[in-house]
Design a protein around this ligand. Structure first.
Ligand code: G5P
Ligand code: MG
Length: 213
């Protein structure tokens, strides 16, 4: 099974992906996480992506599609949660084509619908572990020991694109590019809208209910 989590920055895609890979046999393809790893490793891809990410802009489609192709080649036969990909109509069409070549398809697209005003608070308060990727929030889910991950003891940091001016640009990119992608999936009857403004447990239940139908 292949599912897509689509939603604005901070809508909970990463948080739910972690829940689903723990409880079900999914693997997660987070394009944002792959790009951040490439930046940390100082690869050519990382160098190219950094300027776009720091500015809150989307990394060009051809780069993203190549990353996804490589990931799918390395993970044949596995059930994938696509977290943060596709986020343009062109990426969505490429994904359909790449999956079709392996006689696969997207089964469901979950759209995490949420009021943008909540997102600024979620993102400015978010902290992430640089080692295992665990996601925290300084108010709603603080780590037990400040700056240290409860799960692996790694360093917990504030993401560099979680500054208010960059968040504003990321939200604009979401509206302009990912808005049409959501409509594209609505027209193919794959889209399931869920309320992303609740607690993580209630968001999980909404997705689980659809998957076990
Ligand atoms: P990313 O890394 O994909 P975004 O902007 O799409 O970044 P982000 O910020 O990672 O998405 P999220 O994963 O949706 O948000 O949210 P999250 O981390 O789970 O939760 C955010 C906060 O809210 C946390 O503190 C968490 O504890 C809290 N929270 C979560 N769920 C709930 C809930 O249910 N209830 C409550 N109360 N709180 C909750 O992409 C980064 C950049 O990479 C490039 C772009 O430059 C992009 O800006 N990129 C791409 N470019 C082009 N095409 C692509 N496909 C690209 N993918 C990445
Ligand atoms: Mg994320």
């Amino acid at each position: 099974m292949n599912i897509v989590f689509i939603g604005a920055p901070g809508s909970g895609k990463g948080t739910q992906s972690r829940e689903f890979i723990e409880k079900y046999k999914f693997i997660q393809l987070s394009t944002g996480d792959l790009l951040r790893s490439a930046i940390s490793a100082g690869t050519e891809l990382g160098k190219e992506a950094k300027a776009f990410m720091d500015a809150g802009k989307l990394v060009p489609d051809d780069i993203m599609v190549n990353i996804v192709k490589g990931f799918l080649r390395d993970n044949r036969g596995k059930s994938v949660i696509f977290d943060g990909f596709p986020r343009t109509v062109s990426q969505a069409k490429s994904l359909q084509q790449v999956l079709a070549e392996q006689e696969l398809a997207i089964d469901r697209v979950f759209y995490f619908k949420i009021n943008p005003q909540i997102l600024i608070k979620r993102l400015t308060g978010r902290r992430v572990c640089t080692n295992c990727g665990e996601i925290y929030h300084i108010e709603t889910k603080p780590s037990k020991k400040e700056l240290t991950c409860d799960v692996c003891g790694g360093s917990v940091v504030h993401r560099s694109d979680d500054k208010e001016d960059v968040i504003t640009e990321r939200l604009a990119q979401f509206e302009n590019n990912t808005g049409p992608t959501i409509e594209y999936y609505r027209s193919t009857n794959l889209l399931v809208e869920i309320d992303g403004s609740l607690t993580p447990e209630l968001v999980f239940k909404q997705i689980q209910n659809v998957l076990t139908l």
